[in-house]
Each structure stands twice: as C-alpha cells, then as structure tokens.
Design a protein around this ligand. Structure first.
Ligand code: NAI
Length: 349
C-alpha cells in the first residue's frame, strides 16, 4: 500500500432505492484506487429525503447543509421524490441552495458494449436552477393551475458561458442551443439571445439552434451531428434520459452539478424502485460521476485508474449487469472493477 499523500473530505449522501447499493460499490472502488495512488477519503455520510425525515424530522438535515458547505464536494446517490405531492425534490433543493447552476452530463460509449451508435460522445450542459424547476405553482381557480417558467438573462448567460468555456478548453467544436422559442417567444427567446451574445466571444466554435422536438428526432436519426447540447432545465432533463439510451441506458451516464463554491456529483438516474434491494443495480453511472469528482479534486491519476478499470471490465464483458445485457449483479461487477484495479491489462492506464 502507498503512503497517504492527500485526504479529501467528502459529503456522502448514499440516497435511497438503489442508492446504498451503487454508492457502496463506488466508495469501495474509490478507496481501493486511492490506496494505490496515495489518496484517502474521509466520508461524511448523511441521509436525505424520507429517510432523513424519519431520523431527524427534516428532509435535508441542517448538518447535511453544513457538511456540504464545509467540504464543498459531495457524492450523491439518488433520492426518491414523491409524485404529485409530498416534499419538494431534494436534488432541486440542493441545487438551489448551493447555486449549482451547471449540470454537466457526458454521454459516451464504453468499450465492448454493443450499442446502436458506437463511438458516440455528446455532452449535455443543462441550466440547473431555473425554468419550470423553480417549483412555482399555484391554483388560479379550482381546476386551473399555473406553473411559472422562470428564465433570466443572468442564468442563461451563465450557463451559455459555461458551455462555450468548456468547449474551448476541451477542444469541442460545436454547441447547439436547444429551445422552443417558436412558441415560448419571450422565455426561450431570452435564452437564445443570451446564447447568441455569449457565442460572439467564441467565434472558433460552431453555434447552432435546434427546436427541442426536432432535436429528439434528429438525435435518434443521427446523434453524431451533435457535440454539446446547451439547454434549459426541463429540456436537458428529458434529453439526458433519451441520450443515455444511445450508450446503454441510465445505468451508465454520470453527472456533475457545478457552482462557483460547491459541487455535487450524481448519476442521471433515479432511485430505480423496481430493482432496489435486489443486488441488480449497475453502479457505473455513479462510479463515472465519482471519476468526474476526482478530476474536479485534481486527482487525475486516480480518476484515470478508475476509468481504465471500468473500461477493462466492459471490454472483457464477463461480469456486466442485466441493464446492459449481462447476467451479473452489483457485487460481481464491483469485484471485477476491484480486480481490474489490481491487475490492469496492457492497454489500461
Ligand atoms: P429511474 O432512473 O430511477 O429508473 C428508470 C429505469 O431505469 C428503471 O427501469 C430502472 O430500473 C432503470 N435504472 C435506473 N438506474 C439504474 C441502474 N443504476 N442500474 C440498472 N437499472 C437502472 O427513474 P424513475 O423510475 O422515473 O424514478 C424513480 C425515482 O427516482 C423518482 O422518485 C424520481 O423522482 C427519483 N429521481 C431521483 C433522481 C436523483 O436523485 N438525482 C434523478 C431522477 C429521478
């Protein structure tokens, strides 16, 4: 074992449903990878949502807020949100509280997996705080409900700047702003005008605008035409699940919620109640979110080791979970990634 060179304090929200299964696997793999590179983790664990309410009487305990504020980095499993009533989404509340304005979701194929679109590499950059997710709804008169779609110049400019900055830094060639400004002329119109203005400072990057319904068709017909999708909150949420299907499903696609002070890393998927507690969940999406977290912490070597081990297991294809066509469960998949960390093949990092 290598001597510990650095320790990172990280707030860990295991979540519910499949959350404890995928976060347990992720923590195990991170600790093994860190042991080889001299990186240690101190996990500050907290429940959130219904489980936290049972324990503390709060859906997001104050101690959890304090921990994220102090650690500035959190790894989060999915948390169930009641449908059509009950408490507000924990995810949305945390994004609002810590001003995590950018939701970054890379959609990329893993080696060995047979998908309809091999070699796909799209990034979804989703505005994370505004739009219909502001949760401003009220009954106008019985039988009529109004939900407010909030789009601001500040929010739209900030997310557009994030997308173009990312494109410039990482050599990406194209940004498509996704909208419905033909119908929502003022709100989506404002979003587009902000994107156009920001693009003026990034003339080397190709900029296009696509209407969201057409985008869905275009994505299914030929997703390769896209590079970065720059979207408002709701369109980004829907397009993320659609795009995840191109590379093997929700069990794979990671995400980062980024602000100027804090960052919360979580998968695109939810708590998957249909398979929770059965040992079937695929931890890859949260694990790849943890890889994004390691890069954010400037732990590139550990990040690359974990990514290489994941890719090795997919390339071998012997212990994949059912959602991606395998026959194994969470435990066997996790054990294979742990083994790949110990004995990487020649092609792995
Ligand atoms: P979901 O993402 O939980 O599940 C959709 C389908 O994908 C299910 O068939 C599920 O089994 C499968 N799936 C998802 N993740 C998987 C994994 N890691 N391995 C294998 N299969 C996987 O979406 P659903 O059912 O719409 O939502 C369930 C709950 O999760 C809801 O309460 C929702 O509000 C919440 N949710 C929470 C999120 C978060 O905490 N970030 C994000 C999205 C939804």
């Amino acid at each position: 074992m290598t001597t510990v060179k650095r320790t990172h304090e990280i707030t860990l929200i295991p979540g519910d449903g499949i959350g404890p299964e995928v976060s347990g696997a992720t923590v195990e793999i991170l600790e093994a990878a860190g042991a080889a590179t001299g990186v240690a983790f101190e996990w500050h664990r907290f429940a959130a949502g219904a489980e936290a309410f049972k324990q503390t009487g709060e859906y997001i305990p104050k101690a959890l807020y304090d921990s994220i504020e102090e650690d500035r980095v959190a790894l989060k499993g999915p948390v169930t949100t009641p449908i059509g009533g009950g408490f507000s989404s924990i995810n949305v509340t945390l994004r609002q509280k810590f001003e995590l304005f950018a939701n970054f979701r890379p959609v990329k194929n893993l080696p060995g997996l047979k998908t309809r679109y091999p070699g796909l590499d799209i990034i979804i950059v989703r505005e994370n705080m505004e739009d219909l997710y502001a949760g401003l709804e009220h009954v106008v008169v019985p039988g009529v409900v109004q939900a407010l779609k909030i789009i601001t110049e500040k929010g739209s400019t900030r997310i557009a700047k994030f997308a173009f900055d990312y494109a410039r830094k990482h050599g990406r060639k194209k940004v498509h702003a996704i909208h419905k400004a033909n119908i929502m002329k003022l709100s989506d119109g404002l979003f587009l005008s902000c994107c156009r203005k920001v693009h003026e400072g990034f003339s080397e990057i190709n900029y296009h605008e696509h209407i969201v319904d057409n985008t869905c068709m275009q994505l299914v017909m030929n997703p390769y035409q896209y590079d970065i999708l720059l979207t408002e909150n709701l369109y980004g949420d829907i397009l993320s699940d659609l795009c995840s299907a191109f590379v093997g499903g929700l069990g794979l696609v990671p995400g980062a919620n980024l602000g100027t002070e804090c960052a919360i890393f979580e998968a695109v998927h939810g708590s998957a109640p249909d398979i929770a507690g059965k040992g079937l969940a695929n931890p890859t999406a949260l694990l790849q979110s943890a890889v994004l977290m390691l890069h954010h912490l400037n732990e590139g070597e550990t990040a690359e080791r974990v990514q290489a081990a994941i890719e090795q297991v997919y390339a071998e294809g012997k212990t994949l979970t059912k959602d991606v066509g395998g026959t194994s469960g969470t435990r066997a998949f996790t054990d294979s990634v742990l083994a790949a960390l110990q004995s990487p093949t020649a092609t792995a990092v």
